[in-house]
Design a protein around this ligand. Structure first.
Ligand code: LLP
Length: 423
């Protein structure tokens, strides 16, 4: 089933007409498909069923409370990177004993909050952090469960700003440091080494880096056990690919095929931290054309979604497919190709920066003021990275389930913009 499809020339989300949602809620508008969200979660769960993984949805990809609740009810756990995310997953009803806590800069307050909530594991990124965790655990008279985050020096070939598993990135530690810290953990009664953690980058559209990482994890776990650790978790992080353009991302089963044999051999529990691949294609961003203009030999489509809403194109040169909601030309198979009846255009927002664009030089049908545009694959790192830059209130978020829809975040008002400020 394709949850976002054109029927009689108009875009629908499940059984709801996008234009009807816009009539009710305005633009910019985020529209989510509940069934797509759950389908992608279930695809990962089913693919890895042989090793009964704990799937820790990576909250940073999209932290909307209603989505967290849905995933929690479907059996997902969570990967958090801040006290704020831990607060959110608790609000969503999560069982915190299955939550993992990552990030290079956990504060004492966050460590305490996590320990009091009996999380499954900290993913520890440095010696200084390990010392803080040990201190806080001793103060609370607790044993802190943890995994050391190994930087395996694997090139996952992602964008420079989203690669994390290569030597020289700020994340994790090399194998020598890992082994030295593992010895420290063994000697400290307030620390328990439950597993090993790696996260290679995002998105990774090949399975080979995961196979290399799983193999490394097996070797490390074998060695840790030899040294007397009771290590029985392997956490391979997130980073599974997403189909932004077409079919560039392998299915969950392809990742599972290369990972599972090593997990079975290690006789370990598997934790995963997928974010993008679960929520990325569960939402679109709907905007309205304000003006079009021709300048410098180019056609610009100026619409009301901007880099404050979706910063990915400006920040990473990311590709998002874009097409009108009620197009004069049927949606093409290949959004990058020349399309008959179309013309190349830059799709830009109203913000005062040249980097404020959603797409550049895309073949698009003619549009005019008032027409609606759909930006696809907007569910991951869209709202989560949005801001009020240029004092632009954020748009509403709507969740569609079959023929029904509900608001899961209301549109912000001008009052919201200044609510936290004091004069
Ligand atoms: N685990 C760790 C330790 C991570 O750092 C990340 C993402 C994930 C899991 C989830 O990765 P995912 O499955 O969502 O790929 N803002 C960027 C992506 C930044 C990813 C940061 N870490 C973007 O819009 O492409």
């Amino acid at each position: 089933m394709n949850q976002f499809e054109y029927r009689d020339g108009e875009l629908y989300c499940e059984n709801v007409r996008i234009a009807d949602l816009v009539k009710q809620h305005g633009t910019p508008l985020w529209v989510y498909s509940q069934s797509k969200l759950l389908q992608e979660y279930q695809a990962i769960r089913d693919a890895f069923a042989a090793v009964k993984p704990v799937i820790c949805y990576s909250v940073k990809a999209n932290s909307n409370l209603s989505l967290l609740k849905l995933l929690n009810e479907a059996g997902s756990s969570f990967d958090v990177v801040s006290g704020g995310e831990l607060f959110r997953v608790k609000e969503a009803g999560a069982d915190t004993t299955r939550v993992v806590f990552a990030g290079v800069g956990k504060t004492n307050a966050e460590i305490e909050q996590a320990l009091l909530n009996n999380i499954l594991m900290f993913n520890v990124e440095s010696e200084a952090e390990l010392e803080s965790i040990a201190r806080v655990a001793a103060k609370l008279k607790r044993v802190a469960p943890l995994a050391l985050r190994l930087n395996p020096d694997i090139d996952a070939k992602t964008h420079a700003k989203t690669t994390t598993g290569k030597k020289g990135n700020k994340f994790g530690m090399d194998i020598e440091k890992h082994n030295a810290l593992a010895a420290k953990v063994l000697a400290d009664p307030n620390l328990e080494l439950r597993g090993i953690h790696m996260h290679l980058g995002s998105p990774i559209n090949t399975t080979d880096p995961y196979e290399q990482a799983a193999k490394k994890a097996l070797d490390v776990v074998t060695e840790l056990r030899r040294q007397g650790h009771q290590t029985n978790w392997i956490n391979l992080g997130g980073g599974f690919g997403l189909n932004y353009r077409g079919t560039e991302a392998p299915p969950a089963s392809a990742y599972a095929d290369v990972i599972i044999p090593y997990i079975q051999k290690a006789e370990c529990r598997l934790a995963l931290e997928p974010g993008r691949s679960i929520v990325g294609n569960a939402a679109v961003l709907i905007s309205q054309v304000i003006y079009t203009k021709r300048e410098g030999g180019k056609l610009f489509i100026i619409q009301d979604a901007a880099m404050n809403d979706l910063v990915r194109p400006a920040m990473y040169d990311s590709f998002h497919s874009i097409w009108p909601v009620a197009p004069s030309v049927p949606v093409p198979k290949d959004f990058e190709a020349e399309v008959p009846g179309c013309e190349p255009a830059d799709v830009v927002g109203p913000i005062c920066e040249s980097g404020d664009y959603l797409a550049k030089q895309r073949w698009l049908p003619a549009v005019k003021t008032g027409d609606l545009m759909c930006t696809y694959s907007a569910g991951a790192y869209g709202t989560a990275m949005s801001s009020n830059y240029n004092s632009r209130p954020r748009g509403a978020e709507i969740l569609v389930n079959g023929s029904t829809s509900r608001i899961i975040r209301r549109r912000e008002t001008y009052e919201d913009l200044i609510a936290a400020e004091k004069v």
